[in-house]
Design a protein around this ligand. Structure first.
Ligand SMILES: O=C(O)COP(=O)(O)O
Ligand SMILES: [Mg+2]
Length: 226
């Protein structure tokens, strides 16, 4: 089996998951919120194709990238503050409207749970939206630890959230797997010293995940169990 091949034929003791682009296809709702924010600021809306390339480094970076694309000066902090407030408001209203779990996600989480593998969620998404989505998609039951982009002093690609989750759950790095869709997940895992699986269907700033040399690449999480 692909998954156990990384751990001498056993399951890893802990699997840490990214959220956006790995478990949840959240770009449709993120786009709604970004476009409503831009419209409220009298700036042209951008659509899903652009937003897809901007997700993965947290909400503030998403808003910064959208403003830069619309021609805003990088140092216009008053504009950023207003834009960020608008984004938080609109995304709060629509974060679970069109977002969907990807194929294979629920089955894979159930398969790990059945094997008593511990699981954690390590996302760069702000914690408030993360909590809402955990409830909306009935995901909380799977995770012993849930960390958002604003939970700790550093976010991915920094290894801190991964290290914190491993310590909290009490599993060694050699027995931990990270599963993500972007270079931030892969770099964080490599810096922390754990194995990493990358999915091809998520958001990686328009680049193939293979560039960052994850241990395994899959198109559907259930491939790991075959
Ligand atoms: O908010 C984001 O940038 C997305 O976060 P994630 O891909 O780490 O879940
Ligand atoms: Mg992601």
């Amino acid at each position: 089996m692909l998954l156990t091949s990384l751990y001498d034929g056993e399951y890893p003791q802990l699997v840490l998951f990214d959220l956006d682009g790995t478990l949840l296809d959240s770009v449709p709702d993120l786009t709604l919120a970004i476009d409503r924010m831009l419209a409220a600021l009298d700036r042209p809306i951008v659509g899903e194709t652009q937003v897809r390339n901007w997700v993965g480094n947290g909400a503030q970076m998403l808003v910064k990238r959208a403003l830069a694309y619309s021609g805003a000066a990088e140092d216009d902090s008053a504009l950023f503050d207003r834009a960020f407030e608008l984004f938080l408001h609109h995304y709060g209203l629509c974060c679970a409207e069109q977002s969907r779990l990807y194929s294979g996600v629920r089955d894979f989480l159930n398969a790990l749970q059945a094997r008593q593998v511990m699981m954690g969620l390590v996302t760069n998404k702000p914690m408030s939206f993360t909590q809402t989505l955990m409830d909306e998609f009935d995901l909380r039951q799977y995770f012993s630890v849930i960390l958002g982009g604003d939970s700790l002093a550093e976010k991915k690609p920094h290894p801190l959230p991964l290290r914190y989750a491993m310590e909290k759950i009490g599993v060694a790095v050699e027995q931990t797997l990270m599963v993500g869709d972007s270079r931030s997940d892969i770099k964080a895992a490599q810096a922390a010293g754990c194995r990493v699986v990358a999915v091809t269907y998520g958001y990686n700033h328009g680049e193939p995940v293979s560039l960052y040399q994850p241990d395994i690449i899959v198109d559907d999480l259930m491939q790991l169990t075959r």
